[in-house]
Ligand binder design. Structure first.
Ligand code: NAD
Length: 477
């Protein structure tokens, strides 16, 4: 018997969890449950993480966690339990199937069946932000080869396991050539290992527009964290299934499954809430555990319940719906239909899916690396870049100043007077004779900036890897 951890959460959480477990047990999921407490009560007891330290032990022992939504108390100081869980447990993949159930659930896209696979740990979500000048703040966008390889491989393995035909990658690598460029490059490298699955890449803006307009054109879409955060909500919304969708958060060791909606406190304790989102999360969990037969039985019973018009208040519609039921009665209706196949909606066939065996990421040997320059960022309150260049050139003599940019746009030499400049300036020093520099040269440069009474706020080294420059040019350089 597989032992999993459950948390009933807050608001409607306990009701929808009870309904979900009732269905899992009736369908023969053969699971044993260890319950832990997370959410509002734990937060309000003074624990800002929303989870007791001993609960982590239970989650880590069982490795599989089914979590009902929680309420994050109003006011500052409380850490998002979801973000903490993802980061602590290394849950790098967020998977959200977005499917329409027309005509039972209202949607403009009756044939939509898209799975969004979102990178879950890095990108702008590393939370590394700094104010550097009066006018400029910065958020670091960190993308790693390991992060890209893990999520892209997961997307292809998921497509293979689920019999899906195509994996699409969304990035903005025409602008972010290093970060999104790496994601796209890793996608291309891994895609060739899956010749039976079609692959394609879209720039995220037009890709998002196409997704919103013609979602039938997509199958599995993999993307970095921020785009995935936004577009997984767009996809769920246009499928009509925000209240019905589940998602999984997958790591190398542990995984967490949940509904995508929140704790709906206004509906709590009234036996009204729709348990379908959490049930869909539980179906993803069964697939992850390799229990495709049980997942298929529950999914088809659930589809049959939908098309029989047995609906909770949130999807009840005069005409299509036949009976308005509560949370518990909805669960009983699904149980009654276990073993049945839907007639209008397409029955689900998961086939014989085995637990995915993902190879762990292996770091490749380091490439030859050389430092050929440095970007020195200064806080300077002037407005004319020619004056800044003159001030630098008077005292900073170790290397010639190559360019100055302001918010990435080249303003010296040959800048445009129309370019708006803030108080945040990047001054680039780069050797061009094939030699390299090191920490000593950077320190000397910094001392010369001090002599020039210019305030350095940070430096970024300019490297080549395998002899190729690995940094962006200034716009207009
Ligand atoms: P919500 O998803 O709880 O509710 C939005 C709307 O959808 C409400 O009208 C609600 O009644 C309805 N709704 C949601 N789930 C439903 C269901 N299963 N059946 C029927 N109707 C349903 O979003 P919110 O109101 O913005 O947030 C409420 C709380 O949930 C907040 O404290 C928020 O922080 C938390 N939240 C938690 C999670 C999570 O734990 N994963 C996710 C999102 C929000």
């Amino acid at each position: 018997m597989q032992r999993i951890t459950i948390a009933k959460g807050d608001g409607i959480g306990p009701e929808i969890m009870d309904a979900t477990l009732l269905i899992l047990n009736a369908a023969g999921a053969n699971l044993a449950y260890d319950e832990i407490e997370v959410g509002e009560k734990v937060y309000l007891s003074g624990n800002t993480a929303g989870i007791a330290p001993e609960s982590w032990d239970v989650i880590r022992k069982n490795k599989v966690f089914l979590k009902a939504p929680i309420t994050t108390p109003q006011g500052g100081g409380y850490k998002s339990l979801n973000v903490t869980t993802r980061k602590f447990l290394g849950l790098y993949a967020n998977v959200r199937p977005c499917k329409s159930f027309d005509p039972y659930v209202r949607t403009k896209h009756p044939h939509m069946d898209v799975v969004i696979v979102r990178e879950n740990e890095e990108d702008l979500y590393a939370g590394i932000e700094h104010q550097q000048t009066d006018e400029v703040v910065q958020c670091l966008k960190l993308i790693s080869k390991a992060g890209c390889a893990k999520i892209v491989r997961y997307a292809f393995e998921y497509a293979r396991q689920q019999g899906r035909k195509k994996v699409t990658c969304f990035t903005k690598d025409n602008i972010m050539k290093q970060t999104d460029g790496l994601f796209h490059q890793v996608f291309n490298e891994i895609a060739v290992e899956y010749p039976e699955i079609e692959n394609e890449h879209w720039i995220v803006d037009i890709g998002a527009a196409k997704l919103a307009d013609t979602p039938e054109a997509f199958d599995v879409i993999v993307m970095p964290n921020l785009y995935g955060d936004i577009l997984s909500d767009v996809a769920a919304q246009i499928a009509g299934s925000v209240g019905l969708a589940g998602s999984s958060n997958i790591g190398e060791e542990c995984s967490m499954f949940e509904a995508i909606h929140g704790s709906a406190p206004r509906r709590a304790g009234q036996n009204m809430a729709n348990p379908s989102g959490l049930l869909q999360g539980a179906i993803l969990m069964l697939l992850h555990l390799g229990k495709a037969d049980v997942a298929e039985k529950i999914q088809n019973a659930w589809l049959t319940t939908l098309e029989d018009g047995i609906h909770t208040y949130d999807i009840f519609k005069e005409g299509t719906s036949k009976e308005k039921v509560g949370t518990h009665e909805f669960a009983l209706a699904v149980i009654e239909r276990l073993g049945k196949q839907p007639k209008q909606l397409k029955p689900i066939v998961y086939g014989e899916n085995k637990p995915m065996q993902l190879p762990s990421y292996k770091r490749s040997s380091p490439a030859p690396k050389a430092q050929i320059g440095v970007d020195i960022f200064v806080h300077w309150n002037g407005s004319n870049p020619n004056e800044l260049a003159a001030a630098i050139q008077k005292d900073v003599t170790l290397f010639p100043l190559k360019m100055i940019t302001n918010r990435g746009i080249k303003v010296w030499p040959d800048g445009f007077k129309e370019t708006y400049c803030t108080d945040h300036w990047r001054c680039r020093f780069q050797v061009s004779d094939g030699s390299s520099i090191g920490a000593n040269e950077v320190i000397q440069l910094l001392k010369q900036f001090q002599t020039a009474s210019l305030e350095v706020i940070k430096t970024e080294n300019l490297y080549t890897f395998n002899g190729k420059p690995a940094f962006s040019l200034g716009q207009g350089q």
